[in-house]
Design a protein. Structure first.
Length: 266
């Protein structure tokens, strides 16, 4: 069911990369449909990040919410829950702190929002050299299919009249990425948000999606709309991958809907 009027928040997770965050805000400035609120989930960044946030709040002139906790390792799930708790919107579009937005990114997500669904969007990868150029000289986007320095070019195509062919398919939580994900806040709360027991990188997005699916919320893959571009960076530590994968598989095995340590516990 399509919901006619609702407020939209853009949720950005970040950690100590103020240059990238500054570039993200520059791409938000060009949106054809501005979010009603920007929610920053800050996993323990230093004062340079806070300064970038304050400056862009003045520039964009829309409500900002900044959730922060002390740096104690990779605790993305906890800070996302804290950030959503600060939000005052109905629908949340989640991106990572290394994602640049096509000017119609928010507009496209709003157009595809439906009750009873959450959306997994696609991303286009930006090369290491192009990323360095952007961070040094600023973002002059948007990119397009023929832009230099991008990979996964099919994901750079914005053809909204074709995006509707990507309908709901077999419900699988694998390959869920929080860098381009959208959901209703009420659904987020109903499953108790992200699982706080996930420490370190790996599987937190898949586990979150699995519980949405277990709750009867349908996953919809979206391509050729809501286009975004992923800045190059070094991989996160994978020291907790095995433990996190085990937690994820337990959610699937036991069809868990609401985690015991999540949104309500922060």
């Amino acid at each position: 069911m399509e919901r006619k009027t609702f407020k939209v928040g853009l949720l950005i997770s970040t950690y100590n990369w103020p240059k990238a965050l500054d570039t993200i805000f520059a791409s938000i400035q060009n949106q054809t449909r501005m979010p009603d609120e920007i929610i920053v989930a800050d996993d323990g960044s230093g004062p340079a990040t806070a300064e970038v946030i304050r400056r862009w709040e003045n520039i964009l002139q829309i409500p900002f919410k900044h959730a922060w906790h002390e740096d104690d390792g990779f605790r993305k799930s906890i800070i996302l829950n804290k950030a959503v708790k600060l939000s005052e919107v109905d629908y949340i579009i989640e991106i990572d702190g290394d994602i640049l937005l096509h000017p119609r990114f928010v507009e496209d997500h709003v157009r595809h929002a439906r009750q009873g669904q959450f959306i997994q969007g696609a991303r286009t990868m930006i090369s290491e050299s192009k990323t360095g150029e952007i961070l040094s000289h600023g973002y002059s986007g948007p990119f397009h299919f023929f832009s230099t320095g991008i990979g996964s070019r099919i994901n750079s195509l914005r053809l909204p009249w074709l995006s509707f062919i990507f309908k709901i398919t077999k419900q699988k939580s694998t390959n869920t990425k929080g860098c381009n994900l959208a959901f209703w806040k009420e659904d987020f709360i109903a499953i108790n948000g992200y699982n706080n027991t996930f420490n370190g990188w790996g599987s937190e997005d898949n586990e979150f999606a699995a519980r949405l699916i277990n709750a009867g919320i349908l996953k919809k893959r979206l391509k050729m709309a809501a286009v975004c571009y992923h800045l190059h960076h070094k991989c996160n530590s994978k020291s907790e991958v095995i433990a996190n994968e085990y937690r994820y598989m337990e959610t699937i095995r036991y069809k868990i809907i609401s985690c015991l340590n999540g949104y309500a516990e922060v």
